[in-house]
Design a binder for this molecule. Structure first.
Ligand SMILES: NC(=O)CC[C@H](N)C(=O)O
Length: 196
């Protein structure tokens, strides 16, 4: 059985744990970096990216997560997790894990529409997702290795780069598990590849 961890320093952890379990994979809350060796894929949840970054540093996760990704193990960032994965952030000098070749804008849909839901199709995954956006970022620019999977009002809001996946919205807040199932398949494929 595959085991998927959720970085459990801050943010929407419990909802991800539930959705992972519903795919049939084992779910673990990751609170110490040593636990990363026990999982096959990692989710970086939504929350507040600057707070999460502070906690990543204080618990010594920074190098450990980068190493996890460089080993070819899948990582899925939702909302603040997407910001953590980007290698550039608009109007901000500090970047975080830099796993994906993309520049993101934070709180990008503006104050009036801080939270909203939209009906989205996600390439490779399915149609008619009820996507929940909460003070969401979007992807402004990306390298040629990054494939946009979904857009809202012409803004890229879901993308994949090899074994890295990100969404600006929160799939864990609905009971539509197609995105987490897609990630679980990425985890299964990488496990088979890495075994050889
Ligand atoms: N729902 C979310 O994860 C919001 C992300 C938050 N606006 C940030 O910049 O980190």
């Amino acid at each position: 059985m595959n085991t998927i961890g959720v970085l459990a320093l801050q943010g929407a952890v419990r909802e991800h744990i539930r959705s992972i379990e519903e795919t049939g994979a084992a779910a673990v809350e990751i609170k110490r970096k040593e636990q990363l060796t026990q999982i096959d894929g990692l989710i970086l949840p939504g929350g507040e990216s600057t707070t999460m970054r502070r906690l990543i540093d204080s618990y010594g996760f920074f190098d450990a997560i980068q190493k996890f990704g460089k080993q070819g193990k899948p990582v899925f960032g939702t909302c603040a997790g997407l910001i953590l994965m980007a290698n550039a952030i608009e109007n901000q000098e500090q970047t975080h894990l830099g796993l994906m070749d993309m520049k993101v804008a934070r709180n990008a849909f503006g104050r009036q529409v801080a939270s909203f839901e939209a009906n989205l199709d996600v390439n490779d995954v399915g149609v008619a997702f009820n996507a929940v956006f909460i003070r969401a970022p979007y992807i402004l620019e990306m390298g040629s290795d990054v494939e946009v999977l979904a857009a809202y009002k012409n803004r890229a809001v879901a993308a994949r780069q090899g074994h890295y996946l990100c969404t600006a919205f929160h799939p864990e807040l609905t009971d539509d598990n197609r995105l987490i199932e897609y990630f679980a398949q990425m985890v299964e494929q990488s496990k088979q590849t890495l075994a050889f």
